[in-house]
Write a protein that binds this ligand. Structure first.
Ligand code: NDP
Length: 323
């Protein structure tokens, strides 16, 4: 499957779909790949046409992605420059001087000498003990700009920033963000934010692209499911599945979905979306599912000065702090 690409502010191309590699969180912390399962998934993903992989230092998947890329380059299936790696700076390394070290750690795990796209995972800076730090995200952004000038990252961007925070980076930064990764799915269409980002040339990557459609990391949420009648009738028309329709809807909006799967059949299903298009009416119909609902809502950080989302009445306990 040939995947089209989107042009970023730095003039480079981002493949229009990426494979998500966050494996979830349980009582022991971040869920880790067992028996090189993720490495094998990424190798298979490369075979079926994926060229873009989304990771983060906090996901602990960089090493297996790197191993898979190395093996596929050695097999002669791809060249390094055919692959696009997005990874992210964690909140505990927000000082300008810490950014290059964090990137070098990621490069070492990936076994690469540059990263295609490096994102600030959250605008929120934290100390090593996860107490709130007062580092301004503009200081962190300057660290990302330094890294791009050094050439260890080719593109830089943001994740989980709200519109006002992005506006500040656009105003005060010296390099325009190449991309922003935010939660985009049926229940969180983000029409205004997507249009604003795109008007500034900032490519939008949509995380958790299936929304309520499927169970994520073992838990289900309210909302339309795979057998939803509206989505099913569109799916039937094109001979596709509802997950494919939802991914294609993001492609039509020039949002780069990063669906996660470790299942070989679904890996192929999710990339098999480039041989049909939805009509503008169908896109509009799917936009109508919007309920402005977020599933990634770290309310335990909501008293941080740079918390990007609306506060809730009953914040959840911080899973990163062991009591
Ligand atoms: P997704 O919307 O990608 O859903 C993943 C779930 O869907 C998994 O349980 C997967 O199970 C299942 N699935 C995948 N494809 C299909 C299919 N075709 N049919 C039925 N079920 C399917 O959610 P995520 O939250 O994982 O988001 C995707 C990626 O976005 C993450 O992996 C990560 O890279 C990124 N992300 C970034 C965040 C940020 O803060 N920047 C926050 C959250 C995510 P199975 O594996 O068994 O197929």
């Amino acid at each position: 499957m040939e995947v089209p690409s989107l042009k970023m502010n730095n003039g480079r191309d981002m493949p229009a779909i990426g494979l998500g590699t966050y494996l979830g969180f349980d009582q022991n912390g971040v869920v880790k790949s067992k028996d090189k399962q993720l490495r094998d998934v990424v190798m298979r993903a490369i075979d079926v046409g994926y060229r873009h992989f989304d990771t983060a230092s906090v996901y602990e998947t960089e090493q297996e992605i790197g191993e898979a890329v190395k093996m596929k380059v050695e097999e002669g299936v791809v060249k390094r420059e055919d692959i696009f790696i997005t990874t992210k700076l964690w909140n505990t390394q927000h000082r300008r001087t810490e950014v290059a070290q964090a990137i070098n750690d990621s490069l070492k795990k990936l076994g690469l000498d540059y990263i295609d796209l490096y994102l600030m995972h959250w605008p929120i800076g934290l100390n090593a003990d996860y107490s709130h730090s007062d580092v301004d995200f503009m200081e962190t952004w300057r660290g990302l700009e330094d890294a791009q000038r050094m050439g260890i990252v080719k593109g830089i961007g943001l994740s989980n920033f709200n519109k006002q925070q992005l506006e500040r980076v656009l105003k005060e930064g010296t390099i325009k963000p190449d991309a922003i990764q935010i939660e985009v799915h049926l229940q969180n269409v983000q029409k205004e934010m997507v249009e604003f980002c795109q008007s500034e040339g900032v490519v939008v990557m949509g995380y958790s692209p299936f929304g309520s459609l499927v169970a994520r990391h073992g838990s289900t949420v309210e909302g339309p499911k795979i057998d939803d009648p509206v989505l099913s009738s569109i799916a039937q028309k094109y001979g596709k599945t509802t997950p494919q329709i939802v991914l294609r809807w993001q492609i039509e909006r020039k949002v780069v979905p990063i669906p996660k799967t470790v299942n070989p059949k679904r890996l192929e299903e999710n990339i098999n979306i480039f041989d049909f298009t939805l009509t503008p009416d169908e896109v509009e119909k799917i936009n109508g599912f919007d309920t402005h609902t977020r599933y990634t809502l770290p309310s335990f950080w909501q008293n941080h000065p740079y918390y990007p989302f609306d506060k809730v009445d009953n914040p959840i306990a911080d899973p990163f702090i062991k009591v």
